[in-house]
Each structure stands twice: as C-alpha cells, then as structure tokens.
Design a protein around this ligand. Sequence first.
Ligand code: 7PJ
Length: 260
Amino acid sequence: MGILNFTPDSFSDGGKFSRIDLALNQVEQMIADGAAIIDIGGESTRPGARDVTEKDELSRVIPVLKAINKRFNVVVSIDTSKSSVMAEAIAHGASIINDVRALQNDGCLDVLAQDQSVAICLMHMQGLPRTMQHNPQYEHLITDISTFFEQRILACTQAGISASRLILDPGFGFGKSLEQNYSLLANMAKFHALSLPLLAGLSRKSMIGSLLNRDVSERLAGSLATAIIAAQQGAKIIRVHDVKETVDALKVLHATHINK
Ligand code: 7PJ
C-alpha cells in the first residue's frame, strides 16, 4: 500500500490543478514500483495534529480519488474517520475505507453497512492524535488491543457488516511508547488468532526516528527493516511511502520463503 503524500494548502485554481497533477504522477510512479493499493488521506493523524473540517477533507480527497480512478486501474483506499467522507468516497469508487478510529465516529457503521463491497481497515488507537503520545498505558498490550479488535468486529457484525470485509491494524505510533511499539511489532502474529488479514503502517514513523536518531528523510533503512519484520509476522498489507525499495525488500523475503 503506497501512501499518497497530499499537501493540503493552496486553494487557488492553479494550485489545485497542479496538486492533482502532482498526485497523479506520484500514483503512476507508485504503481510502476509495485504498489497494489494507493492510500489517500485528507486528515493528518500525526501526533499533535488538529482536526480537519468535513468540507476541507472532502475537497482534498474526492477530486484526487476521481482523478485516480479515471486514469488508473488500482485499488484506492481512503484514510478517513468521517461518515460523510466515507459515503462520498464509496460513491466515487473507493475500494477500502481505512479508519484510524475503527468506525467509532457517528454514522460510520451505518454508511459501511449500506454498502456491501468495500473492505474496511479497523485500526487501534489509544486516545486521540492531539494527546495520544502522552504516557500511553496498557494492562497487557497485546490482550488490550485484541479485546479492542473483538469489540469493533462485534460492533461491525451487529451493524450488518460482514467480518469477511475487515482488515486489522494494531496502529503503530497511535498511543504507544517506543517500547510498546517494538513489542507490538515483535508480537504482531498473535493477532492471527482473530482470523482476519493484518495491515502494518510503520513507514518513517517516530518509533524508527527516535530509536536511530534520524530525521524523517533518513528513515528508509529503518522503515525497510520494520516492513520485513511485519511481513514475517504475517502482515498482508504494508503501508509505506517508499514503494520501490519496500517491494524489493519484500521480494527478497518472499524468495527466501518459497525456497525454504
Ligand atoms: C496509519 C494510517 C497506520 C493505518 C496513518 C503516518 C500517520 N492508517 N494512517 N495504519 N498511519 N491503517 O503515516 O505516519 O499506521 S497517518
């Protein structure tokens, strides 16, 4: 899964057109590099980030989704927690709804129950982006996250969403300390007990930056290491910025497995 970097600023027409062109170039490159899914986000969920209005999020995400679907035949995922954005995204051909709040916001379960086809990524987060990195606490990291997944899977099935549409993501960096993030990575395979595909998003995250003391632009090697570990733990989807390098690394892992 390739992450589409999408700069939110500049609302002039000229800026808008060039932003879409830039996004399409990026998508073309990610597909050529081996991405099977493109993830588009209109809300920043980085630690400390503030909320984005519905209108702003729609105006960022929907035009680029339409442009991608017109030009490419690729699975598009929309990173959103708003029911209105989910509904519009589905109406415009999104194939995956990727929700860092696991459909807990008002109306999300209903929107997803009305559609029977899109896949849904349920991510675990403790707290909210603005404060989630302030001393996160768990009784037992893996058990607590598994319990959260079980509750959200139940909420989905009770709302009429088939469990076969669900993907689980433990949410690296979302309300987890450095130690907790690495413990989660080491134990990700334990979530196979829930019998759903796993997604891992680790690319360039602070768990890599703070461990290695590297700026965001210098986290490629660390990101590749986490991608390989997540894949070895059985993650089926790896969400990354650096598609070409990650696909190379995963091909090496795959060759090692098939020749074992
Ligand atoms: C994730 C995400 C993640 C899923 C972001 C960043 C922060 N969606 N959206 N999993 N992270 N499913 O990329 O650093 O880990 S935004």
